[in-house]
Design a protein around this ligand. Structure first.
Ligand code: GLY
Length: 325
């Protein structure tokens, strides 16, 4: 295929021609279906975004882009909140949560409290594509992932959990379950060149969580929501404060009503803060993109960052909500 034809088919030619003038910055207007665009949570999301863009440029699907992009962060031994190098629970076991959602057919898959599987996002995708279910948890999710031939690492954790349960009434265990450590979920959203949208989330969740605790990340509508007619949103932060409000769903609904992605993220935070006695100390952070190729983010964590990637640039941006909440 010659270069002109390749650029036309992938949509890259249109982007290259309009780079810098297309108005793709947060909250601005642009033409419908203006992809490829990849938006993810945190600075570490950029490496995943870059991998996802490569998948799109070689002509593979938006779901492949989500899955293979997230692989990069799940494989990062230096990342302490996504993948098997992530935060262990109170029993010392890493239990991973992930989900994936495909805009064109509005299908979704997720796995919760999954142990010993290298790529939970792939397990989530297999749930979506190979079962009639949306969510598998714990041992069932692991058995399914193993049956699917997904790579596994490590042994049986039941001894550790049994030991922890035996000790759980001791002062020490009560303290460790009470003192959670921070965590940063990867939520990654993809707008393809033809305007189709997909997204995924992957996390080890809250460090020191009670065994079996599940956060917002694998819950469709909470940690992730995709509507192919409107846009997509994803979350990072303290899952308990996101899932009580179905926050990603709400962001997408605000975009459906006409808000730009950044505005929709801000509006959801304001809505949550207005009914929260805890005030702004909630650790809720969001990214969003819409069908028009606009993107945005907002969070209550001052250090929150997000990554935005398109053929002409790949950048880590600061939390636009800083000083505005
Ligand atoms: N946001 C991820 C979690 O709370 O588990």
């Amino acid at each position: 295929m010659n270069r002109r034809r390749f650029l036309t088919q992938t949509g890259l030619g249109l982007l290259a021609a309009s780079a810098g003038t297309a108005g793709r910055s947060a909250g601005s207007k642009s033409e419908p279906g203006r992809g490829p665009l990849i938006v993810s949570t945190w600075g570490f999301g950029k490496a995943s975004n870059d991998a996802a863009l490569k998948v799109l440029v070689r002509g593979d699907s938006i779901l492949d882009a989500v899955e293979q992009g997230i692989w990069v962060t799940e494989s990062d031994a230096g990342n302490s909140s996504v993948g098997l190098a992530g935060n262990p629970n109170a029993a010392g076991v890493v239990q991973l949560d992930a989900c994936i959602m495909n805009g064109p057919n509005h299908k979704a898959g997720s796995v919760c409290a999954l142990e010993g599987i290298r790529h939970p996002i792939s397990a989530a995708r297999r749930v979506m594509e190979k079962t009639r279910h949306v969510m598998l948890v714990g041992e069932g999710a692991k058995m399914f992932a193993l049956e699917e031939g997904l790579e596994s690492v490590g042994g049986d954790s039941s001894g550790l959990h049994t030991q922890w349960h035996k000790q759980r009434m001791s002062q020490q265990s009560r303290e460790s379950a009470r003192k959670p450590t921070g965590h940063d979920t990867l939520a990654l959203l993809v707008l393809g060149a033809n305007g189709d949208i997909a997204g995924g989330c992957s996390t080890s969740g809250l460090g020191g969580k009670l065994p079996g605790r599940v956060g917002d990340s694998p819950i469709i509508g909470s940690g992730l929501d995709v509507d192919n007619a409107v846009g997509a949103a994803g979350a990072t932060g303290l899952g308990e404060n996101v899932m009580r409000y179905c926050a990603s769903f709400l962001i997408v609904e605000f975009m459906r009503q006409g808000m730009a992605p950044h505005e929709a993220c801000m509006q959801v935070i304001r809505r949550i803060l207005s009914s929260e006695p805890k005030g702004a100390n909630l650790s809720i952070n969001f990214v969003a993109l819409d069908k028009q190729g606009r993107y945005g983010a907002a969070g209550t964590d001052r250090g929150f960052q997000y990554s935005v990637t398109m053929p002409e640039s790949s950048r880590v941006l600061p939390n636009p909500a800083n000083g505005k909440l």
